[in-house]
Design a protein around this ligand. Structure first.
Ligand SMILES: [Zn+2]
Length: 344
């Protein structure tokens, strides 16, 4: 066993030298991608925040205020994300059972998994995954089976997923896209990646039914209708991403006018994914129906749509409003086995 030690020490040192201050990388993440992400983090670390930050920001994000620079935001990020794996990482092949039985917090209380937890963005006509947080996925599997699963990561080791806060992210095809103009190192491109990290970090939060702060399918009439790319909560991943992006964009002294405009559109897109209320039909459709029914009122015919509207006016339905989810984290980090314990 000892003859392996020099090699193991060497690989351990190599790992330490290539990891950034916040993120650890699986062996399948290229040097170029590591460098880009580390530079993004360094950018955040040195980010000035001079504008007045509104109370909304703190209420939505759970960032402990007052924040005065990117360092405060970096601390929030560091509590929620820690490991990045490459696009080709196959969870099915690398998941293992850490313990056959495990006492979970809030036993039996799990989120509704009818939506997925990927960060999606429009790419021409189809959506492409930008990044995914695997922590809540593995934690969900663990809890639903009563076993503690872990993930074995080449270049990092075994990670028992006893909480979504293990912060295990996977790069998607949309994180480092081939750009028609500009470079992956451009300020606005770098900021967009950072906003994605904040989005993913939010998926490490939430407890019980809110574990993972999961998305819903966007409703009919929404620009992303049918994609699991909306939130029905006021403090989910899109709200957090939007708030962080808004504050950082407003404090971007080095951004060009065009870059600021692009970033502004991006955070407006995030906010547009927050579904504030769940109506059977949208307000716009209802207004159009009312207009049509008013015109038909003088005719002696019963139109089912108009009858339904009359019935609805007599017995107004309760319209569910988006809540603030319980964003406190679930589970605790299991201590990873020490270096020597793993050897013997
Ligand atoms: Zn998401």
């Amino acid at each position: 066993m000892f003859r392996f030690l020099p090699f193991l020490f060497l690989s351990s040192f190599a790992f330490a030298a290539t990891s950034g201050p916040l993120l650890n990388y699986g062996r399948d993440v290229s040097t170029e991608h590591r460098t880009l992400l580390n530079n993004d983090i360094a950018l955040l670390n040195a980010w000035p925040l001079q504008t007045q930050i509104e109370q909304d920001f703190y209420q939505v994000t759970d960032v402990v205020g007052p924040v005065s620079s990117g360092v405060d935001l970096l601390r929030w990020l560091g509590e929620r994300i820690s490991i990045v794996t490459g696009e080709g990482f196959d969870l099915n092949k690398n998941i293992y059972t850490e313990r056959a039985k495990y006492d979970f917090q809030l036993p039996g209380i799990l989120p509704d998994l009818s939506a997925r937890m990927t960060r999606s963005a429009p790419a021409q006509t189809k959506m492409s995954v930008v990044m995914a947080n695997m922590g809540p996925v593995v934690y969900y599997l663990s809890k639903s089976q009563g076993k503690l699963f872990g993930v074995d990561l080449a270049g990092i080791g075994k990670i028992p997923v006893s909480t979504p806060r293990v912060g295990l992210l996977q790069i998607g095809p949309g994180l480092f896209p081939a750009l028609k103009e500009g470079k992956l190192t451009d300020l606005d491109v770098s900021l967009s990646r950072l906003f994605t990290l904040f989005h993913e970090a939010r998926h490490s939060d939430g407890r019980g039914a809110a574990m993972g702060m999961m998305h819903i399918y966007c409703p009919v009439g929404h620009a992303y209708a049918g994609y699991p790319a909306c939130d029905f909560s006021l403090n989910g991943a899109y709200s957090v991403e939007g708030q962080i992006a808004k504050v950082m964009t407003e404090n971007c002294s080095k951004c060009t006018v065009a870059q600021k405009e692009k970033l502004r559109l991006s955070y407006l897109d995030s906010f547009s994914r927050v579904v504030k209320e769940k109506r059977k039909i949208s307000q716009e459709t209802e207004n159009a129906q009312r207009e049509a029914c008013a015109k038909l009122a003088d005719y002696p015919v019963k139109v089912p749509m108009c009858e339904e509207l009359k019935e609805r006016d007599l017995n107004p339905p309760v319209i569910p409003r988006a809540p603030f989810l319980d964003s406190r984290p679930e589970g605790v980090r299991e201590k990873r086995k020490g270096f020597f314990e793993r050897l013997f």
